[in-house]
Design a protein around this ligand. Structure first.
Ligand code: URA
Length: 200
């Protein structure tokens, strides 16, 4: 029997699959690719939130399975955190064409699905990957006053109240940054250490 959480997450998957209202839906059909809903433990203590799927992700229907995903895997391995113990998703569930940043309308259209994923999985920590998800999650949880450049607050822990209890929001650099700025890797490795204490 699927758990209640699994059932609710399936509903989200089905709704996104039929999201014809999205301009990215047409791109998905045209390119014969998939939406990327999220994957991992439905009872995860830690949820990672990226921005939007890239080419590899849309082809496979899985988050962070391309070059940035390799970096994320390395960062998880550095703290001996198995990928299947966390939940990984994005704000936007379809790939924007030409790898452009999602636009405000796209964020607004898909964010309610992320909000529901958060309420279903009820993570104790939301680790944002990159500035877009940092901004969305911090605003959502009333942390807007602390929202400054990611270079100032990466790896810091912010306490917030979710509908289901107290959580920590931790802004992290997007793993893709390490692909063009090798020197950022050391900061990322250091930042990931803070996640260790939230292991189930
Ligand atoms: N970048 C993201 O923000 N999300 C992915 O799933 C892959 C790359």
């Amino acid at each position: 029997m699927p758990s209640d959480r699994t059932e609710q997450l399936r509903n989200i998957r089905d709704e996104v699959a039929h999201l014809k209202a999205s301009p990215l839906y047409r791109e998905r059909v045209k390119n014969k690719v998939y939406p990327v809903i999220g994957e991992g433990d439905h009872e995860a203590a830690i949820m990672f939130v990226g921005e939007a799927p890239g080419k590899n992700e849309a082809e496979q229907g899985r988050p962070f399975c391309g070059a940035a995903g390799k970096v994320l895997d390395e960062l998880l391995a550095s703290i001996a955190m198995p990928r299947n113990e966390v939940y990984i998703t994005n704000i936007v569930k379809d790939r924007p064409p030409m790898n452009r940043d999602p636009n405000p309308e796209e964020f607004a259209l898909y964010a309610p699905f992320l909000d529901r994923q958060i309420n279903i999985i009820q993570p104790r920590v939301i680790a944002t990957l990159g500035r877009f998800s940092m901004a969305y999650i911090m605003e959502k949880f009333g942390l807007g006053a602390h929202l400054v450049s990611i270079s100032k607050i990466h790896g810091k822990e912010f306490a917030a109240s979710a509908s289901y209890g107290q959580i920590a929001v931790i802004p992290l650099f997007h793993p893709a940054v390490a692909l063009y700025k090798q020197s950022s890797k050391a900061d990322m490795l250091e930042d990931f250490k803070i996640l260790q204490k939230f292991r189930k």
